[in-house]
Design a protein. Sequence first.
Length: 312
Amino acid sequence: MSLVTTTEMFKKAYEGGYAIGAFNVNNMEIVQAITEAAGELNSPIILQVSAGARKYANHTYLTKLVEAAIIENPNIPIALHLDHGADFEICKSCIDGGFSSVMIDGSHYDFKENIEVTKKVVEYAHAHGVVVEAELGKLAGIEDDVKVSAEDSSYTQPDEVEEFVSKTGVDSLAIAIGTSHGAFKFKPGTKPQLRFDILHEIEQRIPGFPIVLHGASSVPQEYVKIINDNGGKLQDAIGVPEDQLREAARSAVCKINIDSDLRLGLTAGIREVMNQHPDYFDPRQYLTVGRANVKAVVAHKIKEVLGSEGKA
Ligand code: G3H
Ligand code: 13P
Ligand code: ZN
């Protein structure tokens, strides 16, 4: 199978009441871990690349790693997606460079400018057989070292979605309902709660339209503990409860973005091995354990959160 767009994936996910996992990739071990888990569980998968990932690992290395993963896992649909494209130019570069899906993140613009830039990307992408995700509303948290405070974040306004979708021609829409980027999503002592009322109102206004949730890591406490027990210092790391993500996956939410949980799994594995074996200096010794943790995280998400097992 070659790279696919998300069109068919989202249609089946919407009708089937499950979601597709979109996992961020930054190196070979992460690509291997995600696609091995998805391959073994017969699950469709989205591999997504941020601007930071392209800066770190280089566009060519990343696309070639994904090509290799497709050869190794021929039975599952794999989409390659640009995560948080900041402007038309980066979207164009990924469309021209072989991605099957791009996100234009115009959430930092006002409504009218967001429509304009999204429409421009959609026109170019669709002319090249590529699909587009856009964002309405503003998530809190950290992306590409830019921190959006909780005060500056804002929920998606349901009365804007119909106009946005019809004027832009976009294929999926990321919304803000209380998730946020990174490993520190909620204040300690508060009860994490997504705004399902907003989600359901949006669903009713654009029936059948695929919704995307960013900032959907759950921050597994077992990995936080391993990190902290082995020299790390992550205080008050809190994620989105998995039962709320499971509920979202049954709704119009067709794509759930997860990056931080992979980072935690990888770091926990590396820290544990390094701490237990101060004599180790072969990267394969610790990356093997880190990679196994990432694979376990992805398998868990597919089976227990997304519901995409067996849907390839
Ligand atoms: O949305 C943020 C993702 O976790 C990507 O993070 O920009 O540090 O690669 P990054
Ligand atoms: P997390 O930081 O919750 O993993 O979110 C990742 C994400 O939204 C990537 O776009
Ligand atoms: Zn995101």
